[in-house]
Design a protein around this ligand. Sequence first.
Ligand code: ZN
Length: 277
Amino acid sequence: MRLSMNEATALEKSSLERDLELCEKYGYDMIEPRTMDCMVDYLKEHSIEDLAHYFETHHVKPLAFNTLCFFNNRTPEDYQKVLDELRQMCEWGKAIGCKTVITVPTVDLQKVTRQEIHESAVKCLKEMGAIAAEYDMRISVEFIGGPTASINTFADAWSVIQDVDMDNVGITLDCFHFHGMGSRLEDLAKADGRKIFIVHLNDTEDFPIGALVDADRVWPGDGCIQLDKIFQTLKKIGWKEDVVSLELFRPEYYEMDPEDVYRIGKEKSEAVIKRNF
Ligand code: ZN
């Protein structure tokens, strides 16, 4: 099992350049570049070809772009911006060898029914999947485990993915988001593991379901998420991606030296990985 670093984990004191160096130094195999800030900052001083060259000449490789935000139930103008952003990520992906774009559902919709959400999500993802396919890339939908997110459980996300029914459109299973709205292992057990494209590894303090926020995330193994049960279920349903990505958003960790975040993150992640794989 390979280990990836999501740039959110050491966000405030690091940068894409530094994160790449730290991945090499601490033995992370892959990285998830953040498109909304770290990539933008990097491209002020470098070209996309510089980044491609870095990946060609180092061990670390790009796993997925984070994040194409709020794809469903948008106005036509806003949805067009989502598609433009997707094309930009696909161009970057082609240049640096990154195969996957992570997209998240819209939050804070007012009085939109579950059926309207499902129908919009399926329609949008079919279009987005077709665009990504032009670049031989994948779309991975990350459901968000909070009450205001329009797709917030594994079961709802899976039902969308089944109706989209495209080989290059699948799910990002973030362990925190899986726990956040009480997604059920029984629902995961019924899914096809080949459609779980990305797994975000993390843990959380034990606040009530529906009350958890990203800042509650803690090192894998230090919280209350049933990580072993999630991984054992993933194995049973034929999940074969062979990489998990550490993604935390904890203010206390942002205060730390990024070197320590990478070092401790590796130790904590490997302990969970070793007892499951
Ligand atoms: Zn995530």
